[in-house]
Write a protein that binds this ligand. Structure first.
Ligand code: HMG
Ligand code: MG
Length: 307
């Protein structure tokens, strides 16, 4: 399209489903991943090798990794919090290129505040960076790409305001470690476009804008505006979840991720390509909402399904 391509990282199987109270069957998760790829997704965050004591909903991630029918040209990153998670993943994944059960990418995560890092991973930000450096090195040595997340960049449920310059420093630490990209997470969904741009400005003091992704939640209804402001500023990777699934277990009250349907609709209408078939995406949103017994959280999706 005239204005170029925006890569969407579909995070619904992980960030979307990690917070569901009732267990989502492994087969449903696999079908969600399959349908998203069939609708044009080239990157689907498919699960998390985290402690099942902390996030029981992701306990079947090893089975997911084993059973995904991998498509050429599609990445299926999994979240990894520590050595134990990486070892479990590598046990299944084996050397890169050995199918089935391979992934070419993991995602590591830390936060902009110590309070959130403690709630989410039981350690401070500095400790988490220390823990993640050898994990990243080992993953790189195994041929995996490593994506980094900084959570609560727009505000913290425990600590309140977040200094954008501090976000920049944490993002730089992840890039220095070897992450090819850092996703800036407004986990609580409180940021405004101006706030996201302030964060982005600090981050791009350390690396070009191509190295950053926008990961917005829609708690206060600013998610899509935030995404579009970031794209206007040069961001070309956006995280989103079909049907607006999600919410972080350690971010009380935060609602779902920005829905992929509205992001794709707005980008296509603005002259960007995403590779997604919007109508197919809307049908997936309707289907998964029914499967997990939730109202469809995408206004664009509901509108498309009503046509
Ligand atoms: P801990 O309790 O300090 O760690 O948790 P531990 O080493 O003492 O382990 C506790 C138990 O978990 C032990 O079992 C370990 O073996 C086990 P026990 O000995 O008691 O039987 N364990 C594991 N099991 C499987 N896989 C592992 C693993 N590690 C330990 N990898 C830890 C520390 C980091 C493990 C824990 O806090 C954790 O798993 N946290 C993950 C929380 C999480 O997944 N949060 C959601 C994702 S982040 C997010 O949503 C934000 C994001 O979307 C961006 C945004 O929205 O802004 C990324
Ligand atoms: Mg999230």
């Amino acid at each position: 399209a005239a204005r170029g391509h925006v890569k969407i990282v579909e995070v619904s199987p992980r960030d979307g489903l990690q917070n569901e109270a009732r267990v989502v069957p492994t087969a449903t998760k696999l079908e969600l991943v399959r349908r998203l790829v069939a609708a044009g997704a080239t990157c689907v965050e498919a699960g998390a090798f985290v402690s099942p004591k902390w996030v029981p909903q992701m306990a079947d991630s090893p089975q997911i990794l084993q059973q995904i029918a991998q498509q050429r040209g599609v990445s299926y990153p999994f979240l990894v919090p520590n050595d134990k998670g990486l070892a479990a993943l590598l046990d299944i994944a084996g050397p890169r290129g050995s199918a089935p059960g391979q992934t070419d990418e993991i995602a590591i995560f830390t936060a902009a505040t110590d309070a959130f890092a403690r709630a989410n991973t039981n350690c401070s930000v500095a400790e988490s960076l220390e823990r993640l450096a050898p994990v990243t090195q080992r993953a790189l040595d195994a041929g995996l790409r490593v994506r980094g997340y900084v959570s609560v960049v727009g505000g913290c449920p425990y600590q309140g305001d977040v200094d954008p310059a501090h976000v920049g420093a944490v993002a730089k630490a992840l890039l220095d470690m070897g992450c090819y990209e850092v996703s800036l997470g407004d986990t609580v969904g409180v940021a405004t476009p101006a706030a996201m741009l302030a964060v982005l400005n600090e981050c791009t003091r350390h690396a070009p804008v191509e190295r950053f992704a926008a990961h917005c939640h829609d708690t206060f209804g600013t998610g899509l505006a935030n995404v579009l402001a970031c794209v206007d500023a040069g961001v070309r990777t956006v995280d989103a979840a079909v049907a607006g699934l999600g919410g972080c277990p350690y971010s009380p009250g935060a609602t779902g991720n920005i829905d992929t349907e509205s992001v794709v609709y707005a980008l296509h209408e603005s002259g960007y390509s995403t590779g997604f078939d919007l109508a197919a995406l809307a049908r997936i949103g309707g289907w998964i909402s029914e499967e997990i017994g939730r109202p469809n959280g995408s206004s664009a999706g509901r509108a498309l399904l009503a046509r």
